[in-house]
Ligand binder design. Structure first.
Ligand code: 4FN
Length: 257
């Protein structure tokens, strides 16, 4: 059982994961739980304000240290009551370390995680100093809030909980868990205008099919995301398949090089 808590002024956004798909079923199966904490409920002001004007001036508003600290403390208490000894407190922010599947694997060893999602211009720096263990970013673009990033991280973690994905397949055997992109996939109909199905997939020769798929995975990854090939070590068979792919398409360098 994994325990997730999220501090956000828009807790209803998290219905996007609790009410749909794999993340909904895993919740219903009791594989994880998710509680949200709205800093507005911890505000001292009658108007439930959770923000203030930035010291030093400038545009926008900054999320205040007190309501955020109290909301995080409430999340910590819940996890302690559930017997979670040490839960990681993560702030989703453009300043954070970029999320990748290696970080996902590392985070999935954690029994409990508390996420802080920012709004406005972000949070008072003292929240980070006093109440945050690590900062994570999902990528370099402007967003309106840290809620979608928190949901992205939760989605990556829930899919890795044993039992969350059926089909009898383990996540480790799934594509991308080997660090490579997916091979091309096809389903009926066999004829769609001029677009045909690669002959090998109709052959019924499963040894050849697996070989073709592995070659496509390696080739497409090298072509479109060569930085992912750098991260892994290819065995002799894989190196040979990749060379075969390059020769077949007659390209010596990845796209963009
Ligand atoms: N974003 C950039 C530079 C300066 C500001 C932003 C930005 C939401 C609270 C943070 C964005 C992207 C990935 C959280 C972006 C993420 C956020 C994330 C995020 C409101 C303040 C803000 C140079 C990256 C374009 C808004 C760059 N992963 N500020 O988006 O929370 O986790």
């Amino acid at each position: 059982m994994k325990h997730f808590d999220v501090v956000s002024i828009f807790p209803e956004m998290f219905k996007a994961i609790t009410q749909f798909g794999i993340t909904r079923r895993a919740l219903e199966m009791g594989l994880y739980d998710l509680s949200t904490w709205n800093p507005r409920d911890f505000s001292d002001s009658p108007s439930r304000a959770v923000d203030g004007r930035p010291y030093g001036g400038g545009p926008g508003m900054v999320m205040s240290v007190e309501p955020l600290t109290r909301a995080i403390e409430a999340a910590v208490s819940r996890q302690e009551k559930l017997g979670v000894r040490k839960s990681k407190r993560i702030y989703l922010t453009p300043q954070g370390q970029r999320l990748d599947q290696n970080m996902v694997k590392h985070l999935s060893q954690q029994e409990g995680i508390i996420f802080l999602s920012g709004r406005y211009e972000g949070v008072d720096e003292r929240v980070i100093e006093s109440s945050i263990d690590c900062e994570i970013s999902i990528g370099d673009y402007v967003l309106s809030g840290g809620e979608l990033p928190a949901m992205v991280v939760i989605d990556t973690l829930v899919r890795r909980i044993p039992g969350a994905i059926h089909q009898g397949k383990s996540v480790e055997s799934e594509s991308f868990e080997n660090g490579l992109l997916d091979y091309p996939q096809y389903t009926r109909p066999e004829i769609f205008g001029p677009y045909t199905i690669p002959e090998v997939l109709l052959s019924g020769n499963h040894k050849e099919i697996n070989r073709w798929r592995k070659k496509q995975s390696l080739g497409k990854t090298w072509l479109e995301k060569p930085e992912l090939i750098e991260k892994i070590t290819l065995d002799v068979e894989e190196s040979d398949l990749l060379e075969e792919f390059k020769n077949e398409i007659g390209v010596k360098y990845p796209h963009g090089v």
